[in-house]
Each structure stands twice: as structure tokens, then as C-alpha cells.
Design a protein around this ligand. Structure first.
Ligand code: SAH
Ligand code: SF4
Ligand code: F3S
Length: 471
């Protein structure tokens, strides 16, 4: 039996893609191993969003070279966004790679591996570029093969990602994703619902719907259109699924209708990841984000009004082309005003093929990017810690995911272990418990709070009267 090892970087889309590729390969007789040394086939699922993510993969490919040279039958595959973006360049930079497969062609992997095994040489399978055909043909070449699900490949069988949207059409000037993942397409609601039911039958209790601009979801069938709100209403009816989250949101599509739907459907988590990217109108304009800070604040105030207890999180890019100190201070001010639950902060990285790489100068020096990154993170972390501290003394409801990383490495027979769960607002909670609690909803009394973690203990007294839903 052939053995496969997979190394995954990048966003949730990639985690989901790896899960499906492995499920597919298992159906074709492969077993999964956790070291590249033991594997007959080593796969890298890659990301192109920043140069650093690509560098890490090229360096991993450099390391595997010796193993391939001493055992030429070991197959090396590069899949995901960097495969789509770099294509043959990967064979040029690492000639011992056997296979390059874009995110829209992952279903071909078992067949490609067979061809390599038969001695047919290197295999390349990528989707069409954004100018290589009609809109419909390009879109079809980026379609994914989501219905294959395998609960054993997920860190916990109780939670799963469910893709509802493929690709992106927003074309923010810095971003490579519209090129690597192709045109925006909503998946048919019937497919999404049937996948949710399969997940529920497999014991999954929480689903996180995925899309690059998930709240722009739309599917047209003749005269009828399903939008994000109607999709949430339909998913809410699936028995066994108790929690629904969705990422990533686009600020302009966070409508009154969507927010009231989230408010009115108890299974929908009041957790909204809505990246702002910058606090400065001038920078947002150069990023072509399609909104001003006044628009963002109008949206934010809509969230505060309709879902007052919601946790909102964001992404920021520091050091984008032409970002002045004054622009940067506006990002600081936005974090201070919105008090995000957390923010992912990135230093701008020029991406070949994007509008910014062609038209704008990457003129903020590296050391300034680093300083702004640290400064913004410090402001965000102080806020997160302060807001988490306010939860000390309260009781939250968590879905228990399993033992913490620390506990997973410790004695497997211990009775009491540190367990991890998440609140509806996506806050991480650790507490002493036992492994059997994985997959259960539990009430946890919070005793202490750090920047990214709440520390608590299992609440034994009945707390029905406490409002748990908004934490
Ligand atoms: N679709 C999502 C984000 C996808 S990429 C959205 O629109 O919000 C995830 C994050 O990476 C982005 O939110 C952005 O903050 C960051 N990012 C994207 N391209 C980047 C680049 N060229 N340099 C630095 N950060 C980048
Ligand atoms: Fe990239 Fe913008 Fe699309 Fe997000 S919305 S994936 S940042 S182009
Ligand atoms: Fe990276 Fe592709 Fe995701 S570029 S962030 S893996 S969509």
C-alpha cells in the first residue's frame, strides 16, 4: 500500500482542500503517514498570498531533494495556489518535482500519480488564467470537488469547513487570490445542504462556511436567487448541526438583512471576521477595496446596533504602497475605535501579476513595515486582553474540541487533561477536563484571561438563567 504525507500551509481553503485530497487518495488505497521520510508520495499544499509563504515551500522542497535523489521512486507533488501561479517555473526551480496541480484540478491527483508511477514523466494540471477563455469555461476549470468528506482527516470530527464559494472577483490591487482561485462562483445550495447533512451524519456539530467574500454569496437558478441569508436559513434546519460560523466577510456586503438573520437564528454564531485592511481612505483607494472608512464605520455601527454582543475581527496590511505615518496612525485609530476581538496583521508583500505590482511602488522600507506591524499588534493585543479580562467571572458555553496541544503530547492515559473549546464568538477556552468531553457543549466558568485564551473550569452548578449566547 502506498503511503502519502501532506504538508499544508495557507488559509482554511487549503486545509479543506488537503482534507479532500487525502480522502480521495485513501479511496485509491493510500495510507497517511506523518513524516515525509516514510512516504512514497510527498505533497505540499501551497499558498501565494505573501512571498514568505512561497519561500517556506521552496525551502521545504530544497530539503526533500536529497531524499528524492536517494529514492527516485518517491513522488513529490506541489499543489494549491503556488502551483497555479508558478506552474512550470516550479519544475525549473526544483527539477525533481514530479507533479504540479492547481486548486481547481485536485481531483486529478490520483490519476496523475498513476501516470507518474507508469513512467509517463512529470505531470502538470492547472486551471485556465483569467484571460484564457469565456467566463464560463474559466470558472469551470476552477471548480472544486467538495462532496468527498473524511472526518478522520480533520483535527476534530466535530467541526468542519464547508466551502460555499469558490474564487474571488474583487481584485484588490495587492492580492493574488483572484488569479489563483479564479472567478467568484457560489456553489449550488442543494450541494451545500447535502454536504452539511453528510457532515452531520458523520457527527459534526459545528460548520464554518468558507468563501473569500463569503457574505457576497449568491447563486442564481433561473429566476430565483439564493443569497447568504437564505442559505443560512436553510442550513439552520439541518439536524445535528448546532453551530454555524462563516468567514471571510466583505465589509460592503454586511447588510441589515444578513445581520438580522444571524441575530434571529440561534445556531448562527455572533462572530464576524470583516477585514478592514487599512484605516486610511487614501490607502483603501489604492488597494481598490471599494469602501471608505466612513462606509466601514457605518457597517460597524450596524453590527453594534443589531448584534451588540458580536465579536468582530479584522485583517490589516501595514506598509502598503505610499502608506505614510499619518495613514498608519489611522489604522491604529480604527483598531482603538472598533476594539476588534483580534486582528491578523501583515506586512505588504508585492505579488507578481497583481495591479499593485504593475502600477504602484513598494516604497515603505522593510524596517518601517516591521515597526508598524509590531506597533499595531501591540495596540490590538492590549485591547484583546482588556476585553477578555471583562469575561472573568462569567460563564461561557464552549464546543469542546479536544486536548490542548500541551495535553496531547503528555501522558495519553491521564484522567484529567487540559482541554480546549471555543465559544460562539470564537474565543479559545482552556480548562481541566477529560478526553471524553470532546464534541460536547459545556459551560465553563472563566477564572482568568490572556490575549488569545480564556482560562476556566467546568461549571457544575445549573446556570440556565445566565445569558450564554453572546460570549
Ligand atoms: N478574502 C479575504 C482575505 C484573503 S487573503 C478578504 O478579502 O478579506 C488573507 C489576508 O491576507 C488579507 O485579508 C490581507 O490582509 C492579507 N494579504 C493579501 N494579500 C497580501 C499581500 N500581497 N501582502 C500582505 N498581505 C496580504
Ligand atoms: Fe483578495 Fe480582495 Fe478577494 Fe479578499 S476580496 S481574496 S483580499 S481580492
Ligand atoms: Fe493562500 Fe490561496 Fe488561501 S493564496 S491564502 S492558500 S486562497
Amino acid at each position: 500500500m502506498s503511503k502519502v504525507f501532506i504538508h499544508t500551509v495557507g488559509c482554511q481553503m487549503n486545509v479543506l482542500d488537503s482534507e479532500m485530497v487525502i480522502a480521495d487518495l485513501k479511496r485509491h488505497g493510500y495510507t497517511v503517514v506523518d513524516s515525509p521520510t516514510d512516504a512514497d508520495c510527498v505533497l505540499y499544499n501551497t499558498c501565494s498570498v505573501r512571498e514568505h509563504a512561497e519561500d517556506k515551500i521552496y525551502s521545504a522542497l530544497g530539503k526533500i531533494r536529497a531524499a528524492k535523489e536517494s529514492d527516485p521512486s518517491k513522488m513529490i507533488g506541489v499543489m494549491g495556489c503556488m502551483a497555479q501561479k508558478d506552474q512550470e517555473t516550479i519544475f525549473k526551480r526544483a527539477p525533481y518535482v514530479d507533479m504540479v496541480v492547481g486548486p481547481g484540478q485536485l481531483h486529478t491527483i490520483p490519476e496523475l500519480l498513476q501516470r507518474i508511477g507508469r513512467g509517463e514523466g512529470r505531470q502538470l494540471a492547472v486551471s485556465l488564467s483569467r484571460t484564457e477563455g469565456s467566463q464560463a469555461t474559466i470558472a469551470r476549470s476552477h471548480e472544486t470537488f467538495d462532496p468527498l468528506r473524511d472526518p478522520t482527516m480533520r483535527p476534530t470530527p466535530f467541526q468542519a469547513y464547508l466551502r460555499i464559494q469558490i474564487g474571488c472577483d474583487k481584485f484588490c490591487t495587492y492580492c493574488v487570490v483572484p488569479n489563483t482561485r479564479g472567478p467568484e462562483q457560489g456553489r449550488p445550495p442543494a450541494q451545500i445542504l447535502s454536504e452539511a447533512r453528510t457532515l452531520a451524519e458523520q457527527g459534526c456539530r459545528e460548520i464554518t462556511l468558507l468563501g473569500q467574500t463569503v457574505n457576497s454569496y449568491r447563486y442564481r437558478d433561473g429566476d430565483s436567487t439564493t443569497d447568504m441569508s437564505s442559505l443560512l436559513e436553510a442550513l439552520h434546519e439541518v439536524d445535528g448541526i448546532d453551530r454555524i460560523k462563516f468567514v471571510t466577510n466583505y465589509p460592503k456586503d454586511m447588510t441589515e438583512r444578513l445581520l438580522t438573520t444571524v441575530r434571529d437564528l440561534p445556531k448562527c454564531s455572533p462572530y464576524l471576521h470583516v477585514p478592514a485592511q487599512s484605516g486610511s481612505d487614501a490607502v483603501l483607494k489604492r488597494m481598490k477595496r471599494g469602501y471608505t472608512i466612513a462606509d466601514y464605520m457605518e457597517m460597524f455601527e450596524r453590527i453594534e446596533r443589531i448584534l451588540p454582543e458580536a465579536a468582530v475581527s479584522s485583517d490589516f496590511i501595514v506598509g502598503f504602497c505610499g502608506e505614510t505615518e499619518e495613514d498608519f496612525q489611522k489604522s491604529v485609530a480604527l483598531i482603538e475605535r472598533c476594539r476588534f476581538k483580534n486582528s491578523f496583521i501583515f506586512q505588504y508583500s508585492v505579488r507578481p501579476g497583481t495591479q499593485a505590482s504593475k502600477r504602484l511602488e513598494d516604497d515603505v522600507p522593510h524596517d518601517v513595515k516591521v515597526r508598524r506591524n509590531n506597533e499595531l499588534l501591540a495596540v490590538q493585543d492590549a485591547i484583546a486582553k482588556e476585553d477578555n479580562k471583562k469575561l472573568v467571572g462569567s460563564v461561557v458555553e464552549v464546543l469542546v474540541e479536544g486536548p490542548s496541544k500541551k495535553a496531547a503530547k503528555a501522558d495519553p492515559d491521564a484522567n484529567v487533561v487540559q482541554m480546549v473549546g471555543r465559544t460562539p464568538c470564537d474565543r479559545i477556552v482552556v480548562f481541566d477536563g477529560n478526553r471524553r468531553q470532546a464534541g460536547q457543549f459545556m459551560k465553563i466558568a472563566i477564572d482568568d484571561a490572556l490575549v488569545h485564551t480564556l482560562i476556566g473550569r467546568v461549571q457544575t452548578v445549573d446556570v440556565v438563567s445566565i445569558d450564554l449566547a453572546r460570549s
